[in-house]
Design a protein. Structure first.
Length: 297
């Protein structure tokens, strides 16, 4: 399995809570944003500056670990409405897992910039990768993602967020080995699994049921093998809601409300357009159905 195969689930985590119904900047629920996975500059009391993932793996000789860190870099709009868009950023690091324990610290920088519409600040950080052999062919992997951006002590929350890695999460892909579930470890490694220390994030297996070569470590609690419902027409940024209800509500928005939503964010415009294009057949597929793990209804 490649990292690309994990992106659908990772995108749902990345944009959870990004923009909530009725998808307008003026809505009260959209004034307090970015509730998940904020890695702030050092010294901020309200949010951590790092996320630590620990898990277990078994690696064959010549195995390779790919670490993908994903986050949003906020882009501040210069004109009304007052709104920060999130630009997806990805940092990739690769290490070989040989017979010796790995200790690597990889710095990264996300450049700042501006255009006619927006401006965004530079972000700096490190990815720390450590492996420790613990016997029986097992290794404990630790990946620490840390924000090293200089803090502005006078910033309020909005200013702090613009210097943060927002909705940060990590995808781990192992070639030539496999990971061990921390939720359901084999009997012989339960003690080692319980000793793993995860802070501000939690790793689960992703992909087809039974595969063990990719892990998603996210700030939202998930079970092993999370999946996007195939009948879902697209992201709505609210996994606690029901797609059918949100689509029906979106269809009832007035023309003025739809116009304001479109002006708020391009992703809001996508949701409005999707709701307007949705056919009766597509809407009916969103209706509740009892489904079994083997695919029966």
């Amino acid at each position: 399995m490649s990292l690309d195969d994990a992106r659908a689930v990772a995108d749902a985590v990345l944009f959870e809570g990004y923009l909530l119904y009725p998808y307008r900047a003026s809505a009260l629920k959209n004034r307090m944003r970015w509730q998940f996975g904020v890695l702030a500059p050092h010294g901020e009391e309200s949010e951590p500056s790092f996320a630590r993932t620990e898990c277990l793996l078994v690696a064959q000789p010549g195995a390779e670990l790919e670490v993908l860190v994903r986050c949003l870099q906020l882009r501040t709009r210069k004109a009304e409405p007052d709104w920060d868009e999130g630009g997806l950023r990805e940092i990739v690091a690769t290490v070989e897992l040989d017979r010796h324990d790995v200790a690597a610290d990889i710095p990264f920088e996300l450049p700042g910039g501006e255009n006619e519409r927006e401006r965004w600040l530079p972000l700096r950080g490190t990815i720390g990768i450590r492996t420790t052999s613990i016997g029986g062919g097992l290794q404990r992997l630790a990946v620490v993602v840390e924000n090293r951006t200089q803090r502005n002590p006078r910033s309020q929350r909005e200013g702090m967020l613009r210097s943060s890695l927002v909705s940060a999460h990590t995808v781990l892909a192992l070639r030539g080995g496999h990971f061990i579930s921390l939720l359901d470890p084999p009997e012989g490694v339960r003690e080692a699994a319980q000793a793993c220390r995860n802070e501000h994030t939690w790793p689960v297996l992703v992909g087809e049921q039974g595969r063990r070569d990719v892990v998603l470590s996210a700030p939202i609690i998930l079970y092993d093998y999370p999946a996007i419902a195939p009948q879902s027409p697209g992201d709505l940024f609210d996994a606690t809601e029901i797609d059918e209800i949100l689509m029906l509500r979106t269809m009832t928005l007035t023309d003025d409300e739809k116009r304001e939503a479109r002006e708020t964010d391009p992703k809001a415009a996508e949701i409005i357009d999707r709701a307007e294009r949705l056919s009766a057949e597509q809407l009916s597929r969103l209706h509740g159905t009892m489904r079994y793990p083997d695919g029966r209804r």
